[in-house]
Write a protein that binds this ligand. Structure first.
Ligand code: SF4
Length: 239
């Protein structure tokens, strides 16, 4: 089946299913490993991730700590070049301690896989680490309390590209109230490091509005193209 056919099949309501990753460019791997220095760096980074996770787990910086079951730190490849950021844990995520599980998570997995970036090759986190009760929108003070954790995750990961999933994530990450429809289709910059960031719809929204899946697919193709371009730039000879 051609790549295009795979894409189109992946757009179908019933065919957002795990598929074999396309062969070319599908694998996102950290480059160059093996030296003693690399091993030291890797050990230091692993320790930093561990420390941050341990710091987040008992966090009481905002009132969401009172109603959560557990914090939802994030999951995935800590060498990933693509960081996916959603809004906040929902009921399933709060119960399981992992972002994007349940139906919306399954759709996100299928979208990522069909685009050549399977879940295990990316890192996935949320703006908030704790579930807002009743899945209400995050409050500004909660975002302000929690965002430093995400910023530290970004610093540790140093992704080539961030994909903000859904209006709430996009607007909070970009500190704007511009509608999501106008944020799509362009490369924004996140934080002081100016990491490139692309916006798409939340899979929970796509489940409610399957007619919008085609637009989400356009966004994912944009992610693929942009990531390829950024990889090429990162590997381009300097001087
Ligand atoms: S949402 Fe973030 S800041 Fe608030 S308690 Fe949870 S981890 Fe802490």
């Amino acid at each position: 089946m051609s790549r295009r056919e795979q894409y189109l099949q992946a757009l179908g309501v019933d065919t957002w299913q795990a598929r074999a990753a396309p062969v070319s460019g599908a694998s996102v791997q950290a480059a160059g490993a093996g030296s003693a220095a690399d091993t030291d760096d890797a050990g230091g980074a692993a320790l930093a991730w561990q420390r941050l996770r341990a710091e987040v787990a008992p966090c009481t910086r905002c009132e969401l700590c009172r109603t959560r079951t557990q914090t939802v730190f994030g999951v995935g490849d800590t060498h990933a070049q693509l960081l996916v950021i959603g809004e906040a844990p929902g009921a399933d995520e709060d119960r399981q301690g992992e972002p994007f599980v349940g139906r919306a998570g399954q759709l996100l997995n299928s979208m990522l896989r069909a685009a050549g970036h399977p879940r295990e090759s990316v890192y996935i986190a949320n703006v908030l680490k704790c579930r807002p009760p009743g899945n209400r929108d995050p409050r500004p003070e909660e975002v302000a309390s929690c965002l430093p954790y995400l910023q530290r995750q970004v610093e540790l990961l140093q992704p080539l590209l961030i994909l903000a999933v859904g209006r709430i994530a996009a607007q909070n990450l970009l500190a704007t109230d511009t509608p999501i429809g106008r944020l799509r289709g362009q490369v924004h910059r996140f934080g002081v490091s100016g990491r490139p960031l692309i916006v798409t719809y939340h899979p929970a929204y796509l489940l409610r509005s399957p007619g919008e899946k085609r637009k989400a697919w356009i966004d994912l193709k944009f992610v693929r193209t942009e990531l390829s371009r950024l990889r090429a730039l990162a590997h381009a000879p300097t001087g």
